[in-house]
Design a protein around this ligand. Structure first.
Ligand code: PBG
Length: 327
């Protein structure tokens, strides 16, 4: 075995072409999915205070947005809806003409080959802010499953390509898969938010969607951030229930979970680079404490290096532009 001075690891770092030749991880725009918030109303393009550069868009402003996303080469979007009204059962989540269902129609009509992935959960739609229906103060797992199934089926009927359940109820993948198959949508894939941790990094999103729980927190359903092995069980459970793509969320603080999942599970892995991860970078960049482009590309590359095949990120559009300029 060669050691120093015969071994010189710096040899392969001397020039840019050499470094490129031995580069193990190459981030591309095709790896990225861009989340979008859609809202009722007209001519709205309202910046989210907690997430600079991210907007609430009314449907008439959605077309320009998705055209730009398509032009940048980003393969798909992940839709989040802001309902007209919230209620205890999160009714707008599964309404035929809910905001997400209408947004799907708009996108699919304009750009049929842009992948439309939809978040299936109730927290933006419930007045109490929890991800399921309540029974006393407790989120009732089994009663919630039916509402998730109704939400999922309303999305695919509107034209959604991929369903992404994010509520962390037990059995949600099994329930949704059974409903989709029963209704003739056995070709629609499920991207399961399988290892979704009870994270404080969702803060800016909850401000954006006014979806904070009105009492308590989500620790009775989302995974404990301290538990890597439990995260792997969650991923495995969703595979067993029929998930096609599994997800780890958040991304940066959970790279170990992504890496272990990559080693053990032969399924496509998505990672969600969440709102708090985005907003921290934005805040530091706006203060000129970090260089946004290089920091973002380093973060996204590290998520891919850990083992993610798909990265959901609010930085997708900027990253696509930076990657284009590098070529
Ligand atoms: C809905 C949902 C949340 C996020 C994605 N889907 C919020 C939550 O669990 O409170 C968070 C996304 C982000 O922070 O970027 N359950």
């Amino acid at each position: 075995m060669a050691t120093y001075p015969q071994l010189r690891l710096r040899r392969l770092r001397n020039t840019a072409p050499l470094r490129a030749l031995v580069r193990e991880t190459k981030l591309t725009t095709e790896d990225l999915i861009y989340p979008i918030f859609v809202t009722h109303g007209r001519d709205l393009r309202k910046e989210v205070t907690s997430m600079p550069g991210i907007y609430h868009l009314s449907l008439d402003n959605l077309l320009d947005e998705v055209a730009e996303i398509k032009k940048l080469g980003i393969p798909g979007v992940l839709l989040f809806g802001l309902p007209k009204q919230k209620d205890s059962l999160g009714s707008e989540a599964y309404e035929e003409h809910g905001i997400v269902q209408e947004a799907i129609h708009v996108i699919k009509q304009a750009i049929p080959d842009l992948l439309v992935i939809t978040d299936v959960c109730l927290c933006q739609y419930t007045d109490h802010g929890h991800c399921g229906v309540l029974n006393g103060g407790y989120v009732d797992n089994d009663r919630t499953l039916e509402l998730y199934s109704r939400t999922a089926i309303s999305h695919v009927k509107a034209g959604a390509d991929v369903i992404a359940p994010s509520g962390m109820m037990d059995g949600e993948i099994k329930a949704i898969r059974a409903t989709l198959d029963h209704e003739g949508f056995n070709h629609t894939p499920i991207m399961a938010y399988s290892a979704k941790h009870a994270s404080s990094f969702y803060g800016p999103f909850r401000l954006a969607a006014s979806s904070s729980p009105q009492f308590g927190d989500r620790r009775s359903y989302q995974t404990d951030p301290a538990n890597g092995r439990m995260a792997l069980r969650e991923l495995q459970a969703d595979i067993d229930e029929g998930a096609d793509i599994i997800m780890v969320k958040p991304a940066i603080s959970y790279l170990d979970v992504i890496a272990r999942a990559r080693d053990r599970l032969d399924y496509p892995i998505a990672a969600y680079n969440v709102s708090g991860e985005y907003s921290m970078v934005k805040a530091a960049a706006e203060n000129e404490w970090i260089h946004e482009e290089t920091v973002v590309l380093e973060i996204l590359t590290s998520i891919k290096r850990a083992g993610a095949d798909i990265i959901v990120t609010y930085h997708a559009k900027q990253a696509a532009r930076w990657l284009l300029n590098q070529r």
